[in-house]
Ligand binder design. Structure first.
Ligand code: C2E
Ligand code: CA
Ligand code: CA
Length: 386
């Protein structure tokens, strides 16, 4: 357990000295401390710090020697801050913020060293392209890829298991040409969510789907719908919804042919999400609760959001062929969906046995490798035309 230590110092005492290894950082509670550096045998004052201010944190952050001396100017009370207290917080920070701190420190230190003897600068002071910087590079590459339309959207069929419901296709993002090699869609979404790129990426996928829907419609006479995954970040305001609605108007597709798939997120307030869902429904969009049964999408989502469909997560569908307990669970979910008037779609139908069982259990639709893998737009058109 980190505990804070206090220390009293008299005027003239030295808190830390240039060249020393860093022990603590200090918060000044009372008194004043003057910071100075030694240049050509002369002491040059850099500044004075007083109550409420922190001092000596830089060397603690970069585990560097002190590049200045701190001397008490007026009797002081200081609280000692341990390296762990600072470093643990930095470790928990956003990687980009972490990199920025490092960059700023190195830059500050090299400026300080310009007219100072270089004896305290380590040779390792170059800024490596670390994780946080890498993310910023990624951000630029993804932005270019979106501009150059190098990001692809594939569609995975959701097949009706009854004679009544129509067929659907889930739009899934693919980015394979990035210099990072193949990045999984989940990884891509996570990275985009940490930056401001989630909005352009989501709109890109939405636009591609809405445009392709017109070609899908032209290839068949049967009814169909498209499903688009919505990142929790998109539901914090109605900006995405308004833009999506505009795209529909622009490419001449009806919002009621598009289903928005939502999954639970710890960061989303369900009451606010309900307002978002109501706005989406008012525009005509269909709503689906994704990943149901995993604990990611809770019962509350099903009752409070009153969605059109529920997608039962592949992790509770896959075991039904060999574990009867999952049959019980899936049957209960299906019963609940029926009673709530919600269409049930099973994910992860990987074998013929899965599909047959789901049909017998009265599940409305299924999606999975047994039915089809995610396919390109052209493959879908062929499938619909054939
Ligand atoms: P998800 O929404 O659960 O999407 C279904 C995922 O299951 C897809 O993976 C699909 O390829 C995979 N899948 C389909 N059938 C089977 C099967 O029978 N067995 C197994 N084991 N897996 C199957 P994918 O494309 O890798 O997407 C992963 C996740 O990334 C998606 O999970 C979704 O949460 C997210 N994602 C994908 N595209 C987008 C997007 O455009 N926007 C947002 N916000 N999220 C997306
Ligand atoms: Ca989904
Ligand atoms: Ca899912």
């Amino acid at each position: 357990m980190a505990h804070s230590l206090s220390k009293s110092l008299k005027t003239g005492e030295v808190l830390f000295r240039e060249g020393e290894r860093a022990g603590y950082a200090y918060i000044i509670e009372k008194g004043r401390v003057v910071v100075s550096v030694e240049r050509e045998g002369e002491s040059v004052v850099l500044g004075t710090v007083g109550p409420g201010e922190i001092i000596g944190e830089m060397a603690v952050i970069d585990q560097h020697r002190r590049t200045a001396t701190a001397t008490v100017k007026e009797d002081c009370e200081v609280t000692l801050i341990t390296p762990q207290q600072i470093l643990q917080r930095i470790a928990r920070a956003d990687p980009v913020v972490r990199s920025l701190i490092r960059v700023m420190l190195v830059r500050y230190r090299s400026e300080l060293a310009m007219d100072q003897s270089p004896q305290f600068l380590d040779e390792t002071d170059e800024v490596p392209v670390d994780f946080g910087i890498g993310k910023m590079l990624f951000e630029n590459e993804l932005r270019d890829a979106l501009n150059d339309e190098e990001v692809q959207v594939v569609y995975q069929p959701m097949r009706s298991l009854t004679a009544t419901s129509k067929n659907g296709f889930e739009a899934l993002v693919r980015w394979q040409t990035g210099p990072h090699g193949t990045i999984s869609p989940a990884g891509l979404i996570n990275l985009a969510e940490e930056t401001d790129l989630i909005e352009p990426l989501s709109l890109y996928v939405f636009r591609a789907a809405a445009e392709d829907l017109a070609d899908f419609r032209a290839a068949t006479t049967s009814d169909l719908f498209l499903s688009v995954n919505i990142s929790p970040r998109q539901t914090s305001d109605t900006d995405f919804l308004n833009r999506a609605w505009d795209i529909c108007a622009e490419v001449n597709c009806r919002p009621d042919e598009i289903m928005l798939e939502l999954t639970e997120s710890a960061f989303v307030d369900i009451e606010k999400l309900r307002e978002w869902v109501d706005a989406a429904k008012a525009m005509g969009f269909m709503i689906s609760v994704d990943d149901f049964g995993t604990g990611y999408a809770s019962l509350e989502y099903l009752t409070r959001l009153a969605p059109h469909t529920v997608k039962i997560d592949r992790n509770i569908i896959r075991p039904i062929t060999h574990d009867p307990r999952y049959v019980v669970v899936v049957n209960k979910v299906l019963e609940m969906a029926r009673e709530l008037g919600v269409l049930a779609i099973a994910e992860g139908a990987e074998t013929y046995e899965h599909v047959r069982m789901l049909m017998d259990m009265g599940c409305d639709m299924a999606q999975g490798f047994e039915i089809d893998r995610p396919l390109t737009k052209f493959q879908i058109i062929e499938l619909l035309a054939g």
